[in-house]
Design a protein around this ligand. Structure first.
Ligand code: ADP
Ligand code: MG
Length: 729
């Protein structure tokens, strides 16, 4: 079939949508059917065991061995009834994705038969042979013992035939080796700090939880085309490929009707997700061709993050059934939008109040403003940490390297909240307020609800935006574990709230009334954090310049960004909030540096190979055809006629030669640069050298390959092109 350059293209065009068995029942009938949630716990556990687990979930109390045995029995009964044969501890190591190791339920009986067994000790704790998970040197391979421990705050679930228990993963000496452990610690810190501040406003508040609603963006690529792109298979992104003549400039993909194969995929995925209790709410096309998004109803951060990781796994599995591959890479295609994972975040009290929702009276609005302003200050003071928590080799392509958004942190508040802050800045003075002044200010503060409901200005270019009842941290990468950003965000807000409370208390002690003390400190915070507020276009060049004038940082290099973690004041903050001790933090940062080096190393190798064994031979082949043609012309035509006729062809031959020579020499230089970098012992230095000496070759080599793609005969180009990857379906 000559019209298809590839067997793969033919395959794609002949694909039929995979029929999805629709659930007959209402979603609410099967939602959570594979989760050991509270109703099931109530049914399968003794009243005492049920109470113990609920207490552990709500108050973080521990569950003793005897009780763990009871819970395990109940869980086992439920799991066996639902077809489970195995059990696994499931955790979030510092790699991409999650890890699990399955054990069958069987055990020998004394008479030599087998029974289904699941003792409490297996529920509570396990020891995976985990020597090959990254730990940044904390756990040397010779003492490779880490263990996983049950996290009762996230319910167990069944995947296939495996009962899956969410766990933390720590070393024998107690250091966190995963994302979940420090996340739980950070959530505890923000709970304590926020509850203390809430006490100024409402004595009934005894707990504050953090909420997360993630918006997961991703690309779907047909399996056959994906397989024909070794760079996608090995690195998750295209290392070469000229832009398609048409991509997203017509904005015709965003919110358009979903293609039928894709829609079947989404329906099956949602069915599966609902059974696992993942509350997917929206699905739609994104800006770039073949780009889509899922978003859930928000949940408590730890649970929401488990659900995000579960969904990412599920998305990959279901995609295979539909002959798709999911790309979670932040920038799989140059020149068009990349994928992020907006983290919608808020705090809410045990009394049911969202602290980022304006209230119904001046008092609750002052509480609202207190939390908004403290968050603003936390982001301002910790721009570098927030950036360090999201910047990776992959995400750096999204953040400022070539295309928007830039790597500058700023906060969008919208005009109405901004006005309110300006008002507080002017109204409150550092002297005793007159009763009239106080009344006026309170009146103004009381007006917030209506104005926020009115305001529709939503700024899509802000990396950290207030969107009516929450903040949205938008710089998080699509492939990331949200915990990385959530650990930092919750930690810095906890720290800021503690500082705030200490200051307010000190002023109260000097004899000033509580309200006024709060006004005073808030005013100071508003003034101090002013440079971080920006309501304009965050993607514009003017903003880059303006941000520099304001002294905001703009760090594009991953190694440089990561160094923020180990600044003295940050080590101290993590430590004081009980999130990381110094060794843990150092280990973690080392893992990040290692990941960075490895990603660039792999990309460099893949690009080098493809350039030399796919691209150069193809270019030579086409060049030979042209040379043959020129020779033939020479035989047929007179010298004069020949010169005129062959000129164009000879120019192309020269152009091809130029690109081939450049590719060959640059690949050689890149290999040399890598060799030099690889012998560097110090991981930070090695990462810096990879960043500055190896990484630039990727773009330089690509430039020549992409030029060749435009020149060489389409029939023999060895890789699916952007226009095929993005538009053939
Ligand atoms: P948009 O694309 O307009 O930003 P979406 O509806 O796609 O909005 O996603 C918004 C996400 O924010 C959803 O996951 C939603 O549940 C979540 N969300 C809404 N309110 C809150 C809140 N108070 N705290 C945390 N997340 C929230
Ligand atoms: Mg959003």
């Amino acid at each position: 079939m000559a019209q298809f350059r590839f067997k793969a293209l033919e395959e794609v065009l002949n694909r039929q949508p995979v029929e999805v068995a629709r659930e007959d029942n209402l979603t609410s009938d099967y939602f959570g059917m594979l989760v050991f949630d509270r109703p099931k716990m109530k049914k399968y556990l003794s009243r005492e065991a049920y109470k113990t687990v609920v207490d552990a979930i709500e108050n973080g109390t521990t569950i003793d061995r005897k009780m763990a045995d009871q819970v395990a029995q109940g869980m086992k009964s439920w799991a066996l009834e639902n077809g489970a044969t195995h059990v696994t501890h499931w955790f979030h190591p510092l790699t991409d994705g999650t890890a699990e190791k399955h054990d069958a339920f069987i055990e020998f009986t004394s008479s030599g038969g087998v029974i289904e067994a699941f003792p409490g000790k297996l529920l509570a704790q396990q020891e995976p042979d985990a020597s090959s998970f990254p730990s940044g040197g904390i756990r040397q391979t010779f003492e490779a013992r880490g263990y996983t421990a049950w996290d009762p705050s996230s319910p167990a679930f069944i995947i296939g035939t495996t009962l899956t228990i969410p766990t933390i993963f720590i070393s024998y000496t107690g250091e966190a080796l995963d994302y979940k452990t420090p996340l739980l610690r950070a959530l505890h810190a923000v709970d304590k700090a926020a509850t203390a501040v809430c006490q100024y406003f409402d004595k009934n508040v005894t707990g504050v939880k953090a909420n997360l609603g993630w918006e997961q963006e991703y690309f779907l690529i047909d399996e056959a085309l994906y397989m024909a792109r070794p760079d996608l298979v090995l690195t998750g992104r295209t290392l070469m490929g000229h832009a398609s003549s048409k991509d997203q400039q017509l904005d015709d993909h965003y919110f358009n009707s979903i293609p039928s194969r894709v829609s079947k995929y989404m329906i099956e995925l949602e069915n599966e997700a609902y059974k696992l209790g993942i509350p997917i709410k929206t699905r739609h096309n994104e800006v770039a061709p073949n780009q889509f998004e899922f978003a859930p109803i928000f949940e408590e951060v730890n649970l929401a993050n488990d659900h995000n990781q579960m969904l990412m796994d599920l998305m990959k599995k279901v995609a295979r059934r539909h002959k798709f591959r999911v790309l979670f890479h932040e920038k799989p295609f140059a020149g068009i939008n990349g994928s992020g994972k907006h983290n919608n975040w808020s705090l809410s009290t045990n009394t049911g109040v969202n602290l980022y929702s304006p209230g119904k009276n001046p008092k609750s609005n002052l509480q609202f403003l207190t939390f908004v302003i403290n968050t603003l200050k936390a982001v301002y003071d910790n721009q570098d940490l927030l950036r360090a928590s999201i910047l990776t080799a992959a995400n750096s392509h999204r953040m400022g390297a070539n295309e928007a958004p830039p790597s500058i942190l700023s906060v969008f508040l919208g005009t109405e909240v901004s006005k309110m802050l300006d008002l507080m800045e002017e109204a409150v003075v550092d002297r005793k307020m007159t009763p009239d002044e106080k009344t006026a200010l309170k009146l103004n503060i009381g007006r917030i609800p209506e104005i926020i409901l009115d305001s529709t200005d939503r700024n899509r270019t802000s990396p950290f935006a207030f969107t009516g009842n929450r903040f949205e941290y938008r710089a998080v990468g699509s492939s990331a574990n949200n915990a990385s950003a959530m650990i930092v965000l919750n930690c810095i807000v906890a720290q800021q709230l503690k500082d705030f409370k200490a200051e307010v208390d000190a002023i109260i002690e000097s004899g000033i009334k509580k309200d006024e003390a709060i006004f005073q400190v808030l005013k100071k915070l508003i003034i101090d954090s002013k440079p971080i507020r920006f309501n304009g276009n965050g993607y514009s060049q003017e903003w880059v310049e303006e941000a520099a004038r304001r002294g905001l940082t703009n760090v594009k290099s991953v190694p440089e960004a990561l160094s923020a973690y180990l600044r003295e004041e940050n080590v101290k903050m993590f430590n004081e909030n009980g999130i990381f001790d110094k060794a843990e933090l150092e280990g973690r940062v080392e893992v990040e540096y290692e990941k960075f080096v490895m990603k660039i190393q792999i990309e460099a190798r893949v690009l080098g190979d493809l350039a030399i064994n796919h691209i150069v031979p193809t270019a030579v082949k086409y060049q030979t055809v042209l040379l043959e043609n020129v020779k033939n012309l020479k035989e047929v035509f007179s010298n004069e006629e020949f010169s005129a006729l062959a000129k164009g062809r000879i120019d192309i031959i020269k152009e091809i030669s130029g690109h081939i020579t450049a590719i060959k020499s640059k690949v050689n230089e890149m290999v040399d640069a890598r060799k030099k970098a690889n012998v560097i012992e110090d991981i930070v230095e090695k990462a810096e050298v990879y960043d500055t000496k190896v990484f630039p070759f990727l773009d330089e080599i690509r430039y020549h390959i992409d030029k060749l793609e435009l020149i060489v005969d389409n029939e023999i180009w060895p890789l699916p092109k952007y226009r095929e990857l993005l538009f053939v379906r």
